[in-house]
Design a protein around this ligand. Structure first.
Ligand code: TXA
Ligand code: MG
Length: 320
Protein backbone atom coordinates (compact mmCIF):
# COMPACT_ATOMS: atom_id res chain seq x y z
CA UNK A 1 0.00 0.00 0.00
CA UNK A 2 1.29 3.51 -0.79
CA UNK A 3 2.31 5.42 2.33
CA UNK A 4 1.28 8.77 0.93
CA UNK A 5 -1.62 9.63 -1.39
CA UNK A 6 -0.75 12.26 -3.99
CA UNK A 7 -3.13 14.97 -5.19
CA UNK A 8 -2.88 15.35 -8.99
CA UNK A 9 -4.16 18.36 -10.94
CA UNK A 10 -6.16 17.73 -14.13
CA UNK A 11 -3.33 19.06 -16.30
CA UNK A 12 -1.85 17.00 -19.17
CA UNK A 13 0.99 16.02 -16.79
CA UNK A 14 -1.41 15.10 -13.97
CA UNK A 15 -3.58 13.03 -16.31
CA UNK A 16 -0.54 11.24 -17.76
CA UNK A 17 0.71 10.42 -14.25
CA UNK A 18 -2.76 9.13 -13.22
CA UNK A 19 -2.88 6.94 -16.35
CA UNK A 20 0.64 5.65 -15.65
CA UNK A 21 -0.26 4.72 -12.06
CA UNK A 22 -3.43 2.93 -13.24
CA UNK A 23 -1.50 1.02 -15.92
CA UNK A 24 0.90 -0.09 -13.16
CA UNK A 25 -2.05 -1.60 -11.28
CA UNK A 26 -2.32 1.20 -8.69
CA UNK A 27 -5.52 2.89 -7.51
CA UNK A 28 -6.34 6.50 -8.43
CA UNK A 29 -9.50 8.28 -7.27
CA UNK A 30 -11.18 10.23 -10.08
CA UNK A 31 -13.81 12.98 -10.25
CA UNK A 32 -17.12 12.26 -11.96
CA UNK A 33 -20.31 14.29 -12.39
CA UNK A 34 -21.93 12.25 -9.57
CA UNK A 35 -19.33 11.55 -6.86
CA UNK A 36 -15.59 10.71 -6.79
CA UNK A 37 -14.79 7.15 -7.80
CA UNK A 38 -11.98 4.84 -6.67
CA UNK A 39 -10.44 3.85 -9.99
CA UNK A 40 -8.52 0.74 -10.94
CA UNK A 41 -7.97 -1.25 -14.16
CA UNK A 42 -11.24 -3.21 -14.59
CA UNK A 43 -9.34 -5.97 -16.48
CA UNK A 44 -6.93 -6.61 -13.61
CA UNK A 45 -7.88 -9.02 -10.84
CA UNK A 46 -5.24 -7.55 -8.55
CA UNK A 47 -6.39 -3.95 -9.11
CA UNK A 48 -10.04 -4.93 -8.49
CA UNK A 49 -9.09 -6.86 -5.36
CA UNK A 50 -7.11 -3.82 -4.18
CA UNK A 51 -10.26 -1.68 -4.61
CA UNK A 52 -12.25 -4.00 -2.36
CA UNK A 53 -9.40 -3.97 0.17
CA UNK A 54 -8.98 -0.16 0.15
CA UNK A 55 -12.73 0.34 0.71
CA UNK A 56 -13.15 -2.49 3.18
CA UNK A 57 -16.06 -3.49 0.93
CA UNK A 58 -18.02 -6.74 1.38
CA UNK A 59 -17.17 -9.09 -1.46
CA UNK A 60 -20.76 -9.45 -2.65
CA UNK A 61 -21.01 -5.77 -3.61
CA UNK A 62 -19.84 -5.58 -7.26
CA UNK A 63 -18.16 -2.61 -8.99
CA UNK A 64 -19.31 -0.21 -11.74
CA UNK A 65 -17.16 -0.21 -14.90
CA UNK A 66 -16.61 3.22 -16.51
CA UNK A 67 -16.05 3.45 -20.25
CA UNK A 68 -15.54 6.27 -22.74
CA UNK A 69 -18.23 5.47 -25.31
CA UNK A 70 -21.27 3.27 -26.02
CA UNK A 71 -19.45 1.04 -28.54
CA UNK A 72 -16.83 0.26 -25.88
CA UNK A 73 -19.66 -0.76 -23.52
CA UNK A 74 -20.97 -3.12 -26.21
CA UNK A 75 -17.59 -4.93 -26.25
CA UNK A 76 -18.15 -6.05 -22.65
CA UNK A 77 -21.93 -6.22 -22.16
CA UNK A 78 -24.95 -7.34 -24.18
CA UNK A 79 -26.96 -4.24 -25.18
CA UNK A 80 -30.59 -4.78 -26.21
CA UNK A 81 -32.95 -2.13 -27.64
CA UNK A 82 -33.83 -0.86 -24.15
CA UNK A 83 -30.16 -0.43 -23.24
CA UNK A 84 -29.45 1.36 -26.52
CA UNK A 85 -32.41 3.73 -26.02
CA UNK A 86 -31.29 4.62 -22.48
CA UNK A 87 -27.67 5.00 -23.63
CA UNK A 88 -28.74 7.38 -26.41
CA UNK A 89 -30.84 9.44 -24.00
CA UNK A 90 -28.55 9.63 -20.94
CA UNK A 91 -24.91 8.81 -21.83
CA UNK A 92 -22.56 10.38 -21.18
CA UNK A 93 -24.17 11.00 -17.78
CA UNK A 94 -25.26 9.77 -14.34
CA UNK A 95 -26.93 6.49 -15.39
CA UNK A 96 -25.58 2.97 -14.75
CA UNK A 97 -26.97 -0.06 -16.57
CA UNK A 98 -26.71 -3.61 -15.23
CA UNK A 99 -26.44 -5.83 -18.32
CA UNK A 100 -25.50 -9.43 -19.14
CA UNK A 101 -21.69 -9.82 -19.42
CA UNK A 102 -20.44 -10.92 -22.80
CA UNK A 103 -18.67 -14.28 -22.80
CA UNK A 104 -15.64 -12.82 -24.55
CA UNK A 105 -15.13 -9.81 -22.25
CA UNK A 106 -11.68 -9.38 -20.71
CA UNK A 107 -13.15 -7.65 -17.63
CA UNK A 108 -12.07 -9.18 -14.33
CA UNK A 109 -14.77 -11.45 -12.83
CA UNK A 110 -14.22 -9.46 -9.62
CA UNK A 111 -16.05 -6.40 -11.06
CA UNK A 112 -19.15 -8.58 -11.21
CA UNK A 113 -18.45 -10.26 -7.85
CA UNK A 114 -18.71 -13.50 -9.80
CA UNK A 115 -22.19 -12.79 -11.24
CA UNK A 116 -23.22 -13.06 -14.91
CA UNK A 117 -24.00 -9.34 -15.13
CA UNK A 118 -21.88 -6.20 -15.23
CA UNK A 119 -22.72 -2.59 -14.26
CA UNK A 120 -21.55 -0.09 -16.89
CA UNK A 121 -21.57 3.68 -17.17
CA UNK A 122 -20.27 6.33 -19.60
CA UNK A 123 -19.51 9.37 -17.42
CA UNK A 124 -19.73 12.98 -18.62
CA UNK A 125 -17.18 14.73 -16.35
CA UNK A 126 -14.53 16.21 -18.68
CA UNK A 127 -11.63 15.26 -16.37
CA UNK A 128 -12.88 11.67 -16.09
CA UNK A 129 -13.34 11.50 -19.86
CA UNK A 130 -9.78 12.76 -20.35
CA UNK A 131 -8.54 10.13 -17.88
CA UNK A 132 -10.37 7.33 -19.73
CA UNK A 133 -8.76 8.51 -22.97
CA UNK A 134 -5.29 8.76 -21.41
CA UNK A 135 -5.62 5.32 -19.76
CA UNK A 136 -7.22 3.74 -22.84
CA UNK A 137 -9.18 1.02 -21.02
CA UNK A 138 -12.14 0.33 -18.71
CA UNK A 139 -11.93 1.67 -15.15
CA UNK A 140 -13.66 -0.04 -12.25
CA UNK A 141 -14.84 2.63 -9.85
CA UNK A 142 -16.98 2.38 -6.75
CA UNK A 143 -17.51 5.60 -4.81
CA UNK A 144 -14.16 6.61 -3.27
CA UNK A 145 -15.14 6.24 0.40
CA UNK A 146 -14.53 3.56 2.99
CA UNK A 147 -17.46 1.10 2.82
CA UNK A 148 -20.51 2.33 4.75
CA UNK A 149 -19.44 5.99 4.81
CA UNK A 150 -20.76 9.04 2.94
CA UNK A 151 -19.74 9.28 -0.75
CA UNK A 152 -17.09 11.92 -1.55
CA UNK A 153 -18.01 14.92 -3.69
CA UNK A 154 -14.64 16.70 -3.34
CA UNK A 155 -11.00 15.56 -3.49
CA UNK A 156 -10.63 16.51 0.20
CA UNK A 157 -13.42 14.06 1.11
CA UNK A 158 -11.52 11.29 -0.70
CA UNK A 159 -8.36 12.08 1.27
CA UNK A 160 -10.35 12.19 4.55
CA UNK A 161 -11.34 8.55 4.06
CA UNK A 162 -8.62 6.95 1.94
CA UNK A 163 -5.33 8.87 2.43
CA UNK A 164 -2.49 6.37 2.67
CA UNK A 165 -4.60 3.61 1.11
CA UNK A 166 -4.52 4.70 -2.57
CA UNK A 167 -1.78 6.08 -4.84
CA UNK A 168 -3.42 9.37 -5.86
CA UNK A 169 -6.56 11.46 -6.24
CA UNK A 170 -7.15 13.42 -9.44
CA UNK A 171 -8.67 16.72 -8.26
CA UNK A 172 -11.50 17.85 -10.56
CA UNK A 173 -13.21 20.18 -8.05
CA UNK A 174 -16.67 19.63 -6.52
CA UNK A 175 -19.03 17.18 -8.26
CA UNK A 176 -21.98 18.84 -10.03
CA UNK A 177 -24.68 16.18 -9.52
CA UNK A 178 -23.66 15.16 -5.99
CA UNK A 179 -25.57 11.86 -5.68
CA UNK A 180 -24.51 8.61 -7.31
CA UNK A 181 -25.78 7.42 -10.67
CA UNK A 182 -29.22 5.91 -11.07
CA UNK A 183 -28.85 2.13 -11.53
CA UNK A 184 -31.26 0.35 -13.89
CA UNK A 185 -31.20 -3.44 -14.16
CA UNK A 186 -31.81 -4.75 -17.69
CA UNK A 187 -30.66 -8.34 -17.26
CA UNK A 188 -34.25 -9.63 -17.01
CA UNK A 189 -37.53 -9.00 -18.84
CA UNK A 190 -38.69 -6.21 -16.48
CA UNK A 191 -36.53 -3.06 -16.24
CA UNK A 192 -35.65 -2.62 -12.56
CA UNK A 193 -34.78 0.49 -10.56
CA UNK A 194 -31.86 -0.88 -8.51
CA UNK A 195 -30.86 2.49 -7.04
CA UNK A 196 -32.41 5.96 -7.47
CA UNK A 197 -29.77 8.52 -8.43
CA UNK A 198 -28.71 11.39 -10.66
CA UNK A 199 -31.18 10.69 -13.49
CA UNK A 200 -34.79 11.03 -12.34
CA UNK A 201 -36.90 7.86 -12.47
CA UNK A 202 -39.60 9.71 -14.44
CA UNK A 203 -37.12 10.58 -17.22
CA UNK A 204 -36.04 6.93 -17.56
CA UNK A 205 -39.62 5.67 -17.61
CA UNK A 206 -40.46 8.21 -20.33
CA UNK A 207 -37.70 6.80 -22.58
CA UNK A 208 -38.62 3.16 -21.87
CA UNK A 209 -42.34 3.87 -22.22
CA UNK A 210 -43.06 1.74 -19.14
CA UNK A 211 -42.64 1.90 -15.37
CA UNK A 212 -39.52 0.64 -13.63
CA UNK A 213 -40.15 -2.13 -11.11
CA UNK A 214 -38.46 -2.19 -7.72
CA UNK A 215 -35.30 -4.29 -7.56
CA UNK A 216 -33.14 -5.68 -4.77
CA UNK A 217 -33.58 -5.44 -1.02
CA UNK A 218 -31.57 -4.72 2.11
CA UNK A 219 -31.49 -8.48 2.87
CA UNK A 220 -30.18 -9.49 -0.55
CA UNK A 221 -28.47 -6.39 -1.94
CA UNK A 222 -28.05 -6.30 -5.69
CA UNK A 223 -27.08 -2.62 -5.90
CA UNK A 224 -24.89 -0.39 -3.76
CA UNK A 225 -26.20 1.36 -0.81
CA UNK A 226 -28.90 -1.26 -0.35
CA UNK A 227 -27.27 -2.14 2.95
CA UNK A 228 -29.46 -0.13 5.30
CA UNK A 229 -26.86 1.85 7.26
CA UNK A 230 -24.84 2.93 4.19
CA UNK A 231 -24.04 6.68 4.02
CA UNK A 232 -24.00 6.96 7.80
CA UNK A 233 -22.48 10.02 9.50
CA UNK A 234 -21.28 9.54 13.10
CA UNK A 235 -24.16 11.56 14.64
CA UNK A 236 -27.70 10.12 14.75
CA UNK A 237 -30.00 11.54 12.05
CA UNK A 238 -33.74 12.40 12.26
CA UNK A 239 -35.76 13.06 9.08
CA UNK A 240 -38.81 15.11 8.06
CA UNK A 241 -38.14 17.64 10.83
CA UNK A 242 -40.06 20.92 10.64
CA UNK A 243 -39.39 21.87 14.28
CA UNK A 244 -35.91 20.83 15.45
CA UNK A 245 -35.30 19.86 19.07
CA UNK A 246 -32.85 21.88 21.16
CA UNK A 247 -29.28 20.81 20.37
CA UNK A 248 -30.08 19.32 16.96
CA UNK A 249 -28.11 20.57 13.95
CA UNK A 250 -30.97 21.37 11.56
CA UNK A 251 -30.40 21.05 7.82
CA UNK A 252 -33.10 22.96 5.93
CA UNK A 253 -34.67 22.60 2.50
CA UNK A 254 -36.57 25.46 0.85
CA UNK A 255 -37.26 28.97 2.15
CA UNK A 256 -39.27 27.96 5.26
CA UNK A 257 -36.43 26.89 7.58
CA UNK A 258 -35.42 29.92 9.67
CA UNK A 259 -32.53 29.21 12.02
CA UNK A 260 -31.29 26.14 10.15
CA UNK A 261 -27.52 25.66 10.56
CA UNK A 262 -27.21 24.54 6.93
CA UNK A 263 -29.49 24.26 3.92
CA UNK A 264 -29.63 21.72 1.09
CA UNK A 265 -31.22 24.46 -1.05
CA UNK A 266 -32.64 27.79 0.16
CA UNK A 267 -34.84 27.94 -2.95
CA UNK A 268 -36.07 24.33 -2.69
CA UNK A 269 -34.27 23.08 -5.84
CA UNK A 270 -33.88 19.28 -5.99
CA UNK A 271 -30.83 19.61 -8.27
CA UNK A 272 -29.02 21.99 -5.93
CA UNK A 273 -29.96 19.82 -2.93
CA UNK A 274 -28.49 16.70 -4.57
CA UNK A 275 -25.26 18.54 -5.34
CA UNK A 276 -24.93 19.67 -1.70
CA UNK A 277 -26.24 16.54 0.04
CA UNK A 278 -23.08 14.63 0.94
CA UNK A 279 -21.15 17.79 1.78
CA UNK A 280 -24.02 18.85 4.07
CA UNK A 281 -23.99 15.44 5.80
CA UNK A 282 -20.27 15.82 6.49
CA UNK A 283 -20.61 19.44 7.60
CA UNK A 284 -23.55 18.68 9.91
CA UNK A 285 -21.59 15.75 11.38
CA UNK A 286 -18.58 18.00 11.97
CA UNK A 287 -20.67 20.78 13.62
CA UNK A 288 -22.61 18.25 15.71
CA UNK A 289 -19.37 16.78 17.13
CA UNK A 290 -19.25 14.02 19.72
CA UNK A 291 -22.71 13.29 21.15
CA UNK A 292 -24.43 15.72 18.74
CA UNK A 293 -27.53 15.02 16.63
CA UNK A 294 -28.65 16.00 13.10
CA UNK A 295 -32.18 16.79 11.85
CA UNK A 296 -33.18 17.16 8.20
CA UNK A 297 -36.15 19.18 6.94
CA UNK A 298 -38.53 17.25 4.63
CA UNK A 299 -37.58 17.00 0.94
CA UNK A 300 -40.39 16.23 -1.58
CA UNK A 301 -40.04 12.86 -3.38
CA UNK A 302 -40.23 14.31 -6.93
CA UNK A 303 -37.32 14.38 -9.42
CA UNK A 304 -33.95 13.95 -7.66
CA UNK A 305 -35.83 14.07 -4.33
CA UNK A 306 -36.28 10.29 -4.64
CA UNK A 307 -32.50 9.75 -4.64
CA UNK A 308 -31.96 12.35 -1.89
CA UNK A 309 -34.56 10.74 0.40
CA UNK A 310 -33.16 7.27 -0.30
CA UNK A 311 -29.70 8.42 0.89
CA UNK A 312 -31.19 10.28 3.89
CA UNK A 313 -33.17 7.20 5.00
CA UNK A 314 -29.94 5.20 4.96
CA UNK A 315 -28.15 7.93 6.92
CA UNK A 316 -30.95 7.76 9.52
CA UNK A 317 -31.22 3.93 9.62
CA UNK A 318 -30.50 2.13 12.89
CA UNK A 319 -26.81 1.26 13.23
CA UNK A 320 -25.29 -2.07 14.11
O1 TXA B 1 -22.27 7.55 -9.56
C1 TXA B 1 -21.84 6.44 -9.34
O2 TXA B 1 -22.46 5.42 -9.64
C2 TXA B 1 -20.46 6.34 -8.66
C3 TXA B 1 -19.44 6.91 -9.64
C4 TXA B 1 -18.04 6.82 -9.11
O3 TXA B 1 -19.58 6.27 -10.88
N1 TXA B 1 -20.15 4.99 -8.33
C5 TXA B 1 -20.78 4.34 -7.31
O4 TXA B 1 -20.27 3.08 -7.11
O5 TXA B 1 -21.68 4.81 -6.66
P1 TXA B 1 -20.64 2.19 -5.86
O6 TXA B 1 -19.80 0.97 -5.95
O7 TXA B 1 -20.51 2.96 -4.62
O8 TXA B 1 -22.07 1.76 -6.14
C6 TXA B 1 -22.33 0.95 -7.26
C7 TXA B 1 -23.25 -0.15 -6.91
C8 TXA B 1 -22.62 -1.24 -6.08
O9 TXA B 1 -22.80 -1.12 -4.70
C9 TXA B 1 -23.26 -2.49 -6.55
O10 TXA B 1 -24.12 -3.07 -5.59
C10 TXA B 1 -24.03 -2.09 -7.79
O11 TXA B 1 -23.64 -0.80 -8.11
N2 TXA B 1 -23.67 -2.98 -8.82
C11 TXA B 1 -22.50 -3.06 -9.44
N3 TXA B 1 -22.50 -4.09 -10.29
C12 TXA B 1 -23.70 -4.67 -10.19
C13 TXA B 1 -24.30 -5.80 -10.82
N4 TXA B 1 -23.65 -6.53 -11.71
N5 TXA B 1 -25.56 -6.10 -10.46
C14 TXA B 1 -26.24 -5.36 -9.56
N6 TXA B 1 -25.72 -4.29 -8.94
C15 TXA B 1 -24.47 -3.96 -9.25
MG1 MG C 1 -20.83 3.79 -2.79
Amino acid sequence: MPAETRRLDPTPEGLAEAARLLAAGQLVAFPSETVYGLGGDARSDTACAAIYAAKGRPRFNPLIVHLGAVDEVARHAVMDDRARALAAAFWPGPLTLVLPRRDDTDLSPLVSAGMATVAVRVPSHPVMRALLTAFGGPLAGPSANPSGRVSPTRADHVLDGLAGRIAAVLDGGPCAVGVESTIVGLAGPEPQLLRPGGVAREAIEAVLGRPLVAGGSAEAPTAPGQLSSHYAPAAPVRLGVTVPEPGEIWVGFGPGCPGAALSLSETGSDTEAAARLFHALREADRIAGAGGRIAFAPVPDAGLGLAINDRLRRAAAPRD
